[in-house]
Design a protein around this ligand. Structure first.
Ligand SMILES: N[C@@H](CCC(=O)N[C@@H](CS)C(=O)NCC(=O)O)C(=O)O
Length: 204
């Protein structure tokens, strides 16, 4: 399988954490996508018309995106305990936790583009502040209502939240997300030590 990849994308990291947690990292060949919103990679666009990463190309040419679909696919093809519970409300709670982690990453990536890509004269501070507000309220919700699911055996929600918090450490250290969130900080301290997290640290 070929994964359109970037070492700094939190959504790609989410897929790679899943691959490591489910023993499939060696089945994946990564290809640097070398893309951005303003300089799209036509080869990637042929596989994923949105031009976004991650996108997974299977050996028969089938293309899967986005990260939620790829993670669910990987979870369907290993023999260990599933990262997405198969039945019951627990399944949908884990998927909602995954959506919450994804939402933090969506807002953080958009805020990052605002800071790093948009020409200074075209920046809109209020719009960036709106993205940061989404991150802050999602982090508060994780601390207030989700610590019960952030514990024990890894699940798909934890993987997404782990990738999101890792991205905040990488790109938004000024946000100081740990302040006032002792439960979330303690959980991440342990989760970040997992081999899957260590093997996928963002960097150049
Ligand atoms: N919903 C998508 C989001 C993926 C995404 O935003 N990827 C970013 C990199 S972190 C990207 O490819 N940006 C380039 C673009 O938007 O053209 C997923 O879960 O995979």
């Amino acid at each position: 399988m070929k994964l359109w990849h970037s070492p700094v994308s939190p959504f790609v990291r989410k897929v790679m954490i899943t691959a490591h947690e489910t023993g499939q990292a060696r089945d994946i060949t990564t290809v640097d996508a070398n893309t951005s919103v303003v300089a799209r990679n036509p080869d990637l666009v042929r596989d994923n018309p949105t031009g976004k990463i991650p996108a997974l190309v299977l050996d028969d040419g089938t293309v899967l995106f986005d990260s939620r679909v790829i993670c669910a696919f990987l979870d369907s093809r290993h023999s260990g305990t599933p990262l997405i519970p198969e039945t019951g409300i627990e399944r949908f709670r884990v998927l909602t936790l995954e959506a919450l982690g994804d939402a933090i990453m969506d807002a953080a990536v958009l805020a990052r583009y605002e800071r790093a890509l948009r020409p200074a004269e075209a920046r809109w501070d209020k719009w960036e502040a709106g993205q940061i507000a989404k991150i802050t309220s999602a982090l508060d919700d994780l601390e207030a209502r989700w610590l019960g699911l952030l514990g024990g055996r890894p699940n798909a929600g934890m993987v997404s939240v782990g990738a999101a918090l890792g991205y905040l450490d990488f790109r938004f250290p000024d946000l100081d997300w740990r302040a006032g969130r002792p439960g979330l900080s303690a959980w991440y301290g342990g989760f970040a030590r997992r081999p899957s997290m260590q093997a996928t640290k963002p960097g150049p």
